[in-house]
Design a protein around this ligand. Sequence first.
Ligand code: AMP
Length: 570
Amino acid sequence: MNYKTLADACQNLEETSSYLEKNKIIAKLLQETPGERLEMVVTLLLGRVFPAYVSQETGIGLQQLKKAVGQSTGYSKNKIEDLMEQLGDLGKVAEKLTKEKKQMTLADKTLKAKKVFQNLRKLPKITGEGSVDRKIKKISELLTAATPKEAKFIVRTVLGDLRIGVSEGRLRDAIAEAFDLSSEKVEHAYMLTTDYGKVAKAIAEKGEEGLKELDLTVGHPVNPMLAQRLETIDEILKRMNGRAAFEIKIDGIRIQPHKRENDIYLFTRRMEDYTHMFPDLEKSVRNSIKPRKAIVDGELVAINKETGKPMPFQEVLRRRRKYNIENLAEEIPVEIHLFDVLLSGNKTMIKEPYMERRKELEEIIKLGDRIKIVESKILEKTSEIQNFKSEAVHKGHEGLLAKNLKAAYRAGRREFSWLKLKAEVETLDLAVIGAFAGRGDRAGTYGSYLLAARDSETETLKTVTRVGSGFTDEELEHLTEKFGKLRVEEKPSNLDSEIEPDYWFKPQEVFEINYEEIQKSPNETHTSGYGLRFPRFVKIREDLDISSVDTVEDVAKLFEEQEKHQTSDN
Ligand code: AMP
């Protein structure tokens, strides 16, 4: 196939802005391209020489490319710089100068598309002394053999921007049009392979059957399955037919480890290859995955050595980029918490239901310091789910994910078979004004506390909730000791409460409280007029005094926002 065919199509694409017209141009090109050349053509149309997920740097920037244009056309650096000023695009500069030169030289040699593709693919492999010059020579060789139009598109390909408006979405539609299939089917195949080149080739060779045969390949990232969000546990249970697997939602970055013998790849949610960012994980991943080859799915998380809680991930990435990775690996250890398996040995797992995949995952993973499996509990009771969620939040995680026990792994889809439990609402800071004696396991401690908000008009405290969950055993003990010293015999005079706790405290300490929702006129009579559903202790605010406690008006405002949010979501 001559590169001219591709360059002509690119030119036509550059000249039209009509979506339909562009589709037609691409579809025609794809139909006319022999099957074995489709991967190449699709990759080049996207302005690339490797699929997006392959991290290969050509090592050639604008300055080096200017030199290549200079070498192939014989014009000076100054002339090229001047034209750059005028035209703003080195592609156009190359086109213009090639045209001027060509008027003086004899016949063109026909440039093959494969030659362009191969030469450009070699660039990352040219290393060592004098490599930049050798790379420039490789490009100028192509430019010398190119027509003006071809030169323009070669230069733009090296720059990674063809300026012809061909995105992945457009390619999907054009492939569908060229081979008379639905865009959904084409897209689904893409979700598995992340490579429209492969998809186009499979269809061209075997039609729709070819798509069915497309399989997961180690080293090719799969578009990760995503989660929908629902507001309440009840809604989640309803969607899941009363029962689901609940997993802790770990707060890190999505990571998809691949293994083939000794080769390890780590892909992100956007299917970038992050293997080089985490060399400290390669060995652990290799040793932990038992089969010879596999693709698993999980969350990469950095743990603060002192608190044992997850660290903000952006910070970890920033520091990894900036400092020596080796040292940082010691200082900020990272772990992978796995929650799914897509390929295990020769078994493709994505069509299997959650339960089967989970079983397989547990079988094929050898747990280690760096590689864990996310805890999963099959639950059906609201209270149990709420407790699990509190536990997760308390450990510093974001909440829970509910997973449909029967659902397959739907690559790239955000559907209702994975559900996020609503992100935490804004917390409230409330005054601790009393406590109830603990029973059972909690005997001898204060088992729950009575909390109040400030009424700024009357300068009184009005009750909002009692809270008995979210505490660790150590916290309960510590708080019992602390509040023992604040006990008063009578209800404090600035307190308005209809509830009579076992003990009254001098209003002095503040708790930060999490909850699922604010209720107006709750069953339990609170003098603020509001109550909290599923309140949970977050922490004692040592830094706040009673004057900073949230007001009843604050609670009312949050309630209003919540209502607005719920109606707009419905
Ligand atoms: P979100 O990014 O808010 O849409 O939530 C979905 C993300 O949560 C996934 O893409 C993962 O990165 C992350 N996540 C954390 N823990 C889990 C888990 N147990 N199962 C699935 N996804 C998880």
